[in-house]
Design a protein around this ligand. Structure first.
Ligand code: CO
Length: 134
């Protein structure tokens, strides 16, 4: 059911340093930092030929990635995002298949303005999965 890999999100303790690492050391195309106040993150997009990497840094006191950084002070992979054609259908299928949908269970509007939902990492080999309606 899942389609393309949309992005991999990496939480970083120092956004400038991480941006420089991807731009200068790895030679990748990086965006300007983008404040997403409603999502509690500042993000830099790393554009690759076949997908993108999102560098995430906490923004504000209630950032959903602040606790992650407390547990993983050097940063680390936060989630992978797969595209689906229909988010409601995907949600129903996941529940039928025994996977847990996080939060209220209802899709929300994600960082790219598209409907998303998150699946419990314990059900997927320890990896937080985001499904995004493409
Ligand atoms: Co994401």
């Amino acid at each position: 059911m899942i389609g393309r890999l949309n992005h991999i999100a990496i939480v970083v303790p120092d956004l400038d340093a991480a941006t420089a690492l991807y731009r200068d050391t790895l030679g990748a195309q990086v965006s300007e930092p983008l404040r997403l106040d409603e999502h509690g993150v500042t993000t830099v997009f790393v554009d690759l030929a076949n997908t993108r990497i999102e560098l995430l840094h906490p923004l504000g006191a209630n950032s959903p990635v602040a606790r992650f950084l407390e547990k993983h002070p050097t940063g680390g992979m936060h989630h992978v995002c797969y595209e689906v054609e229909d988010i409601s259908e995907a949600k129903n299928q996941m529940i039928l298949n025994g996977a847990r949908v996080l939060g209220s269970g209802e899709p929300t509007i994600g960082a790219h303005g598209k409907p998303v939902l998150f699946l419990h990492p314990a059900d997927f080999c320890g990896t937080l999965i985001e499904l995004e309606q493409a």
